[in-house]
Ligand binder design. Structure first.
Ligand SMILES: *[C@@H]1O[C@H](CO)[C@@H](O)[C@H](O)[C@H]1NC(C)=O
Length: 274
């Protein structure tokens, strides 16, 4: 039955499938559209357009969590977009917000990125949909992943280590590295604190490969690190040297900030209370 043309088409489809498969192995893979409905894209004005700068994740109907180093000197005209899969395409699921309040952790250290956590209050609550929902995050007393645990992260930064920014959300499995190792002088030394988890990509993969561009993973900052579907960390500074054997990513341990999170979000004036 199969004409030559059909065979060719089948071969082409097979090839494309193969190629996207191998891309997935090299550099994380494209997430299923809206399979991570808590993901936020924080965008800064650049000329006439908005440019993706950092990730974040929705934690309540008017709140997005991110990293403090993402907005060090205030909102600066940035917007938060929820319901995104493709940054460039006009998706019906997108909801765009101005930043009403920015709360960077008061003890954030620009030297070693300790306490790299921030909360953004959106200008209005989001509409819950299949594409926009809050994430569950770990609170004090919850179990953080130990060394060698498999965790995962997602973002629009260059997870592939090649320097090009993806348009569509990508996800990547990583493995927690023991704190003792992260504290070694050939890793992060004294810059590594008890508020941090470090994790590197699961091998085999391009672990030993040279990377082309040192800042290639910046766009992932502020995004979530998940353990069994619960957010346990915020992507902090380690991504800058992503792919380097001795420079795993560093993530802020969210469960250390439960009180600060509760206090900050409680600042929200409760409607109909008099
Ligand atoms: C939520 O939906 C209502 C009704 O469709 C709309 O007026 C409002 O602008 C939406 N809110 C957001 C955050 O998009």
């Amino acid at each position: 039955m199969g004409s030559e043309k059909e065979v060719l088409v089948a071969a082409a489809v097979f090839l494309v499938a193969l190629i996207s498969q191998s891309e997935g192995i090299i550099g994380g893979r494209e997430a299923a559209p809206h399979s991570r409905p808590y993901m936020a894209s924080i965008q800064a004005p650049e000329g006439e357009t908005m440019k993706h700068e950092c990730g974040g994740f929705a934690v309540a109907d008017q709140w997005v969590m991110t990293a403090a180093h993402c907005l060090p000197s205030g909102p600066g005209g940035r917007k938060v977009v929820l319901g995104v899969h493709s940054l460039s395409e006009p998706e019906e699921t997108k909801q765009t917000f101005d930043i009403l309040e920015l709360h960077n952790h008061p003890d954030f250290s620009p030297w070693n990125y300790d306490n790299d956590i921030a909360l953004i209050k959106l200008d209005r609550p989001f509409n819950v949909s299949e594409a926009v929902k809050t994430a569950e995050f770990l609170r004090a007393g919850g179990a953080n992943p130990g060394a060698d645990a498999e965790v995962d992260t997602a973002g629009w930064g260059s997870l592939d280590n090649l320097g090009s920014r993806p348009d569509k959300l990508k996800e990547l499995a990583v493995e927690v590295v023991s704190s003792a190792r992260c504290r070694r002088s050939d890793y992060f030394g004294r810059k590594f604190t008890d508020n941090m988890i470090c994790a590197h990509r699961v091998c085999p993969d391009p672990c030993g490969q040279p990377h082309r561009k040192e800042d290639s993973c910046d766009g992932d900052s502020g995004g979530p690190l998940l353990y069994n579907g619960v957010v346990v960390g915020i992507t902090s500074n380690g991504g800058k040297k992503c792919g380097q054997m001795k420079k795993p990513g560093i993530y802020t341990i969210i469960s250390h900030y439960t009180e600060w999170i509760d206090n900050t979000m409680a600042l929200q004036p409760t409607a109909a209370q008099d």
